[in-house]
Design a protein around this ligand. Sequence first.
Ligand SMILES: Nc1ncnc2c1ncn2[C@@H]1O[C@H](COP(=O)(O)OP(=O)(O)OP(=O)(O)O)[C@@H](O)[C@H]1O
Ligand SMILES: [Mg+2]
Length: 229
Amino acid sequence: MNDPFLVSARELTKTFTIGSLQVHALRGVNFELRQGEFSALVGPSGSGKSTLLNLIGALDSISGGELMVLGHDISKLSKEERARLRLSSLGFVFQAYNLVPVLTAVENVEFVLELQGMGSEKRERAMAILGELGLAELAGRRPAELSGGQQQRVAVARAVVSRPKLVLADEPTANLDGPNAQSLMELMLNLNRRHGMTFLFATHDPRIMNLAGRVITLTDGVITCDQVQ
Ligand SMILES: Nc1ncnc2c1ncn2[C@@H]1O[C@H](COP(=O)(O)OP(=O)(O)OP(=O)(O)O)[C@@H](O)[C@H]1O
Ligand SMILES: [Mg+2]
């Protein structure tokens, strides 16, 4: 419990089985993430970035090694404990957004605050974040009525609105033009600087890599470069 790191992985492996085929997505990953980092996970398509984020986010089970997240050995947590950890301390931006289709943009964002038991101020909090991302006028629309880039920004708003300790974001700027990517990164940098929130991005985007304090490169399921910049 005295772990100085938010995340620490030791010889972490993940193998997927498809019929008789085994896919070794992670082959022994070792790294630590400290509180307050703003770090990018980069590497070719298929190198294991999303797999690693999913494991840290307690969304999938590890195959081997050890993974500590916020003081918890996540292979030892029950399904309910993992759900509680995600709700209390983690924000996740999925590569495919995963917004709730029947909820409006603002309802998607405030949903997590509702689950945490926040009262009437949740609408104000959700609208403030949407406003910072230029989405205030679209707050009443459902995901199907938004463009890909707009849905992506709603997904980021949802991940950060409760100010979780650790935000895991899978390609958060993939569908955004220059100005929108810029405002999204400024929002995340501000949350990082003002509130000490820790960010780990999987990204191919040089705009994020340039802002990141550290760039971790995955190649074929192992870390091949880990650079503070
Ligand atoms: N559910 C799954 N079942 C089987 N194989 C999977 C599954 N998820 C991922 N893989 C495989 O694991 C490897 C790593 O995939 P992953 O999605 O982590 O890559 P990535 O680095 O995020 O790639 P991209 O940049 O394209 O998003 C790939 O070979 C992929 O085909
Ligand atoms: Mg991916």
